[in-house]
Ligand binder design. Sequence first.
Ligand SMILES: NC(=O)c1ccc[n+]([C@@H]2O[C@H](COP(=O)([O-])OP(=O)(O)OC[C@H]3O[C@@H](n4cnc5c(N)ncnc54)[C@H](OP(=O)(O)O)[C@@H]3O)[C@@H](O)[C@H]2O)c1
Length: 395
Amino acid sequence: MGDNNTNRDRRQLLKGAVALAAGPLVASVVTGCTAAKRAAPSAAGATAAGGAAKAGEQSLTDRRRLGSLEVSSVGLGVQNMHRTYQTTVPYRPEMLNIIRTAFDRGVTFFDCAEAYGPHENERILGEAVASFRDKVVICSKFGWNIDQETGERRPGLISRPDHIKRVVEGMLTRLCTDRIDLLYQHRVDPQVPIEDVAGAIKDLKAQGKVLHWGLSEMGLQTLRRAHAELPVTAVQSEYSMLWRGPEQEVIPVCAELGIGFVPWSPLGVQFLTGAIDENTRFADGDIRKVEGRFAPENLPHNVALIRLVKTWAERKNTMPARIALAWLLAQKPWIVPIPGTTQMAHMLDNIGAAEIVFSDGELQELNAALVGITIKGERLPPAVMAFSGVEAPLK
Ligand SMILES: NC(=O)c1ccc[n+]([C@@H]2O[C@H](COP(=O)([O-])OP(=O)(O)OC[C@H]3O[C@@H](n4cnc5c(N)ncnc54)[C@H](OP(=O)(O)O)[C@@H]3O)[C@@H](O)[C@H]2O)c1
């Protein structure tokens, strides 16, 4: 009985794990790639990134390198564009508009995954960028066990080479493209040696279907083995003022190996924007409801971090989200955050982070204050955390 309950709880949490990256299955409205390419080149008719921003409008011209890949210094995560954390379904035409406007304003780095939707967010991104696809960097991720025909989520992970290749074919169709610029393994498959995964990526690279690869939330030895097999362009892990775990080992290994770093949930899943306080409670189905750091008993303590971010926002005459992103940008020149949003105004706020510069003294002061704040509660429930830091089996 107890075990049944435990198993049921675990299944719920595992569903939540994929929900981190996805929303409920909804019949998709697929606009053909040809139709998408005929659509407005971008929201404002730009033909080059940043080309359509008018004088005085917020735009982003800074570029950064992730390995050999050049991207805008702030990207855009599209995970919530099919279903938000609050479980609402955003208005699809506006999501297309946000992606196209982001491109107009200089964003060239778009983050997606097979698991988002599943599949549906790739369709949204593919449709949005179809007419300027060659000017942007499209990222997606494989690895969760998702039925390729129906998009149904199944338990566990699959990184078998034949499966990766099949997934990529589907991605290319959904993304309206002939290549994926940066393809990540979403989570390490404990059944598949990373050398075999690298082998599949090598084959896909030889066919021109994948240009660069990366890993997400992997174990460190797996990262080293992967990089030795086929140079890794970027690592994606949760990193923000709210969760600084990667500073211990992941970021130093990236520095050593020359691998770029892409922080996911750079706004602390909304926490660092100032929208959450000690009274905030989360809806059923919102992953944050089962994250210890947002539990009612921990929020009153943890809001000290929000107060700090707000103080700095006032001091720098900007908004909290920009402080959170600018702090990430200040850590390393090869860090590129991918804030997620479903609101035009927020996307415009976020790209403005590139303009916020901390002096060395300010950064020292801010970091010293951050060290004084301990976040109570785990970042993810144990059943979800179990997928992070996993080492692939030896070949
Ligand atoms: N590799 C992985 O396993 C993994 C896991 C999770 C996420 N990701 C990637 O990381 C991306 C970003 O992560 P995320 O979306 O989870 O978290 P996030 O970027 O830390 O935060 C997103 C939340 O902040 C809000 N927000 C965004 N900009 C704002 C602003 N300027 N002012 C106020 N609120 C703002 C958004 O709400 P609104 O929609 O209302 O703006 C949303 O609720 C995802 O889209 C996905 O591509 C990867």
